[in-house]
Design a protein around this ligand. Structure first.
Ligand code: ADP
Ligand code: SF4
Length: 691
């Protein structure tokens, strides 16, 4: 039963000619599927509607080949060829009672047009913003007329494809409309440049065109970045952002407001708290009677009620919370708040888009697998037989394997060596800014405690001997991995000389029960990051808090390079500089030598030395697979012990992200009892049409 406090979240909202059944609004978000994996995309969006989201939007949909963002996989609505794909999506959403929205876009100078080879278009001659050595050409009046026509045609096609909400998009510094609006990008002297009203002209025209074209049946939403977080150089909530809302107040049927760029809009939990955009978008509702939607990684229904009651927004916009838990609205509606799988704010979902691969999520292992594997986020078929499974290790992989096996009705025993559940999701959540990563274990523990068929034992460090003695037929080893102490990493392929007998640490010394901070000697610290994701940077930040001089050395050209895929890299750099960490980029660490380390330029090999009282090696990890190897050696004894299957999963199989460990645990449970043929692709593939 729903808590009456949350009734307000289930009130219908009128948006122009359509009505949303409640206030839950999945704003447009990328998913690395787009035009390339349309069946996957339709199924994923359909599941969101099934989970109760009243509005489910696409990612951006390119309206024309003059602005296409290859290699990124967004949607396309260039011509009628795209309609069957898009119709599949609207039908999937409608079948579950949702409204389908499409975010039409012309990316202007943000699009390199690597595929179409068209010259990019912009308000003024500008270097395109993705680093390619290309310039966009200043649009003349014919180009402007063309753009208006393309947008109108795309809106008509969107209506034909069954969309209920059609977007006009001026956000994220990625769209030609925002480029026209911006003084930074627009140096025109005609009626489309100069004054704000002139810079706004094209947006106004396209809003009117879209309403005239499809406004009888479709709501027209305007997605607008009210603040670019650039101070005087940009649109701001106190300045032109506010003026734009004043000038267009009643023109769109809905305001979808946020901050720009996408990096700022989708900040990770490490850099922005839940609801942090309220201070920017809070004014919008006072200037329009039209519904307002905004985002802020809201996962708590109390926070959602607050933002509605405080008049900050009418609809709760969500991308990431809807990815981590597509059934979030249903769970609130059914009074199952404790079942909400809360987003941890890690942006692994974004990394899918960044590498042009289907979306994945740390918390939700079924995300992106709805169509190709037929995985549902809530349901999992019961196992054929009530067999017994022993899961060794209670980190993300082990917890998820035990939970999902338990959900399938298997008899599960889960054993964890330490005195606490969670493995790295517990340990890493103690690092600066990563407390929400603990939600990975929290949600799984909450679910496990409800399962009477799962026995859970802490302080149980198992050996191969123990396991042979238990006679549990199916054994899955999820004992994680340990950071290497020899310096072998991405660039270091042999052990570093000089490491014996000196103060050498790894992340494990600062995680879990590690007492690394207490053992650090006085003097300068060197963190050597040859791994490249979050650990090197976050440890440097932790160590800087001890007041010692910290230098982060990395062979990469930027600090924490893979955080680029989670859109955090500039924030990491800024935070480390602000914490007083010295950065030595493009630098290899070649040896430890007493109270110093030897360095070499990663490009020229030019040597250098750096004082170093203690060295922290963040290089790579080694699976903790001793039990597995021991059991494999004793395979002859399995029969008499009753062991039928043995597997490793997660970091113990191959160290990777927490997302990969959760996925591995889930996959183990899904595939339990199935014969896996390694010669057969284990998922459905999207068809490729010839000709
Ligand atoms: P993953 O990300 O793959 O889940 P983690 O390192 O987070 O890996 O978790 C592994 C867990 O396994 C840790 O909590 C660790 O304490 C536990 N573990 C390691 N060795 C044993 C063992 N021999 N018996 C039981 N648990 C173990
Ligand atoms: Fe949230 Fe991380 Fe999942 Fe993205 S990947 S939805 S940020 S938990």
């Amino acid at each position: 039963m729903r808590d009456p406090r949350y009734d307000i979240l289930f009130e219908p909202v009128r948006i122009g000619p359509v009505t949303a059944r409640n206030r839950f609004y999945q704003v447009p978000h990328c998913c690395g599927m787009g035009y390339r994996y349309p069946s996957s995309s339709a199924a994923m969006r359909g599941v969101k509607a099934e989970g109760g989201w009243a509005v489910v939007c696409t990612e951006e949909a390119e309206i024309h080949h003059s602005a296409e963002v290859t290699p990124y996989l967004e949607n396309r609505i260039w011509d009628d060829q795209d309609l069957p794909h898009l119709r599949a999506l609207t039908e999937a959403v409608h079948a579950q009672g949702g409204l389908a929205g499409i975010e039409l876009v012309h990316n202007g100078q943000h699009a390199a047009n690597h595929y179409s080879r068209e010259v990019p278009l912009a308000p003024s001659h500008r270097v395109i913003d993705n680093g390619a050595p290309l310039q966009a050409r200043a649009m003349d009046k014919t180009d402007i007329a063309n753009l208006r026509r393309w947008h109108r045609q795309a809106a008509l096609r969107a209506r034909e494809a069954g969309f209920d909400i059609v977007y006009v998009y001026a956000g994220h510094d990625m769209t030609v409309l925002q480029h026209f609006l911006s003084r930074r990008h627009n140096e025109r002297t005609d009626e489309y440049g100069g004054s704000l009203e002139n810079r706004l002209r094209l947006t106004r025209e396209i809003l009117i065109d879209t309403k005239e074209a499809v406004g009888d049946r479709c709501a027209v939403a305007f997605r607008f970045a009210v603040d670019e977080l650039l101070g005087e150089d940009g649109i701001s909530a106190e300045g032109e952002g506010r003026e734009v809302v004043e000038r267009l107040a009643e023109l769109p049927d809905l305001w979808d407001v946020n901050v720009s760029t996408w990096q700022n809009d989708s900040q990770t939990a490490r850099f922005a708290e839940e609801g942090y955009q309220e201070r920017y978008i809070g004014f919008v509702k006072s200037l329009t009677t039209k519904p307002v939607v905004g985002v802020g990684r809201y996962t708590s229904p109390d926070a959602m009620v607050r933002v509605v009651k405080q008049g900050i927004m009418d609809m709760i916009g969500a991308a990431r919370p809807s990815i981590a838990d597509p059934f979030l609205p249903k769970k609130i509606e059914e009074g199952r708040i404790e079942d909400i799988r809360e987003c941890i704010g890690c942006n692994i979902c974004v990394s899918g888009d960044e590498v042009s691969a289907p979306i994945r999520c740390t918390q939700n292992p079924t995300m992106g697998e709805e169509w190709r594997r037929g995985w549902h986020p809530e349901a999992i078929p019961p196992a054929r037989n009530r067999e017994r499974v022993l899961v060794v290790g209670g980190g993300p992989a082990g917890l998820e394997a035990a939970r999902a096996c338990g959900q399938r009705g298997l008899e599960v025993v889960l054993a964890e060596a330490s005195g606490a559940w969670g493995g790295r999701s517990l340990h890493e959540s103690r690092l600066p800014g990563l407390s929400s990563w603990g939600r990975v274990k929290d949600w799984r523990l909450g679910q496990l405690h409800k399962l009477a068929n799962v026995e859970m034992y802490l302080a149980s460090r198992l050996t191969a001997e123990d396991i042979l003695g238990y006679g549990i037929p199916h054994v899955v080893i999820a004992t994680g991995a340990a950071w290497r102490r020899d310096g072998i990493g991405r660039n270091g392929f042999r052990p570093l000389p000089g490491l014996d007998g000196t103060a050498v640490f790894t992340p494990d010394d600062f995680l879990g029960e590690g007492d690394g901070l207490d053992r650090l000697p006085e003097g300068p610290l060197v963190v050597y990051d040859d791994e490249g994701y979050v650990m090197g940077g976050v440890l440097a930040e932790l160590l800087a808090k001890t007041g010692r001089a910290v230098t982060l050395v990395t062979p990469a050209a930027v600090v924490s390079p893979w955080t680029d895929k989670t859109m955090e890299q500039p924030f990491v750099h800024k935070r480390l500089v602000q914490a007083g960490v010295t950065l030595r980029l493009s630098t290899l660490l070649t040896a430890r030598d007493g109270d110093a380390v030897d360095l070499a330029c990663a490009y020229t090999g030019a040597p250098a030395r750096l004082d170093c009282a203690a060295l922290v090696l963040v290089t790579s990890r080694r699976p903790r697979d001793e039990i597995y190897l021991d059991l494999k050696v004793r395979e002859a004894q399995w029969g008499e012990s009753g062991i039928e299957s043995l597997r490793t999963i997660g970091d113990c199989h191959a160290p990777a992200t927490i997302a990969a460990a959760v996925y591995a645990g889930h996959r183990y449970a899904r595939e339990f009892g199935e014969a896996i043929d390694p010669d057969v692709t284990p998922f459905r593939r999207e068809a490729i049409r010839v000709g």
